[in-house]
Design a protein around this ligand. Structure first.
Ligand SMILES: *Cc1c(COP(=O)(O)O)cnc(C)c1O
Length: 377
């Protein structure tokens, strides 16, 4: 049996063990430390943003973003229905109410028109949303110009969940630095990793200072332990950060590799009418995970059939996100739907996109896809 091929496994570059060794030699085996600060500087330098706090997960970063924006019990927060639960679980941590908005056909990200519909409807009901979460799905930047226009019109702050989109660019700006506050994840499956980690970035110093304070148990700057707010243990360990420092030296290479993998899939599978998340003049995707839609008119469960064929070869693939409004835990919250997210879930598949994917293995995957589709198209 072939060694399992995963969707997006970690891929170290070689510098990581040196950085970890440095951290160990200096005995900084602690939450936060010099590597954490260095890692934060790498992020701000790369993304040309001003302030950054590294934390122990992307989910924690979203939670802190909502807190610094003042989201409290009973407040409503808009979130795409087509995303990973990590985007919206923090809304519930605040005992706030998620309002789910459907995806738009090209980017698969938040639909700006439905967003405005949702906002005006919530305002009509006397529940003006406190924040908007935008997600750059599979690395593809959302339609930020239109989304920010709507957000500005109603004066609602925008949290950019760029967990999957480090390295993606929209109109010359890095994903995560376009809205009011941005979030990255360095989970093991993301384009670069700290094994587990995240970061919050912004041009607003106060927000990042506040998030940093809350991430370290909200300790006041006095010699004894003094607390004026509820804090969290969300700091990124110095050891994890040292892995991240090493990973930054391969980020540009990983970007090239991810895009190459996508281009190979696209050039082979387009001929067979498979559909892809398309870039436009404004967008540059890091192509974190290549995701496809089954050819129009193909039989209903073709994606599941392909998944099983690949699984039999010990190759991992996965349906696209199951929409949040269909999840038992979220199904009771308000939603504004067009059917796009359900169609993407019903007819899509995420393909192995690890930067260590061998060319021959990718060829096998492509061949299996074409063969399986061949019986049904
Ligand atoms: C990975 C991910 C998160 C959560 O990040 P963690 O670091 O795993 O907590 C949030 N949103 C999206 C879209 C993600 O892909």
């Amino acid at each position: 049996m072939r060694k399992r091929i995963f969707l997006s496994p970690p891929h170290l570059g070689g510098e990581e063990s040196k950085e970890v060794e440095k951290a160990i030699q200096s005995n900084w085996i602690a939450p936060a430390g010099p590597a954490t600060a260095l890692f934060e500087n790498k992020i701000t330098a790369y993304n040309q943003t001003d302030y950054c706090v590294a934390v122990n997960s992307g989910t924690a970063a979203i939670h802190l973003a909502l807190i610094v924006l003042g989201v409290e019990k009973g407040d409503e927060v808009i979130c795409p229905t087509f995303t990973f639960a990590g985007s919206c679980n923090p809304i519930l941590y605040q005992r706030a109410v998620p309002v789910f908005v459907d995806a738009e056909k090209e980017s698969w990200c938040l639909d700006p028109h439905l967003l405005e519909e949702a906002i005006t409807d919530r305002i009509r009901l006397g529940k003006k949303p406190k924040a908007i979460i935008v997600v750059h799905l599979f690395g593809m930047p959302a339609r930020m110009d239109e989304i920010l226009n709507v957000a500005k019109k109603y004066a609602i702050p925008v949290v950019e969940d760029a967990a999957e989109a480090l390295g993606s660019v929209y109109n010359g700006q890095h994903a995560g630095t376009i809205g009011d506050i941005g979030v990255y994840s360095f989970n093991g499956n993301k384009i670069i990793t700290t094994s587990g980690g995240g970061a919050l970035v912004s041009f607003n110093k106060e927000w990042i200072d506040q998030a940093r304070y809350l991430s370290g148990q909200a300790r006041s700057a006095v010699p004894y332990y003094h607390h004026e707010s509820t804090g969290y243990n969300y700091q990124l360990s110095n050891i994890s950060a040292s892995i991240g420092v090493g990973q930054f030296s391969v980020l540009n290479e990983r970007l090239k590799q991810k895009r190459k993998i996508f281009e190979t899939y696209q050039s082979e599978l387009k001929k067979h009418n498979f559909l892809f998340q398309e870039e436009n003049l404004n967008t540059f995707s890091n192509r974190w995970i290549t995701s496809i839609l089954m050819p129009p008119k193909s039989k209903k469960s073709l994606n599941e059939e392909i998944r099983l064929v690949l699984e039999a070869e010990n190759i991992e693939s996965r349906p696209l996100w199951k929409p949040m409004h269909l999840q038992p835990v979220f199904r009771h919250y308000p939603n504004y739907l067009s059917g796009v997210a359900e169609r993407l879930f019903g007819g899509g598949l995420c393909l192995p996109s690890g930067t260590s994917l061998a060319k021959e293995d990718q060829e096998i995957i492509i061949q299996k896809l074409i063969e399986t589709a061949g019986y049904t198209v």
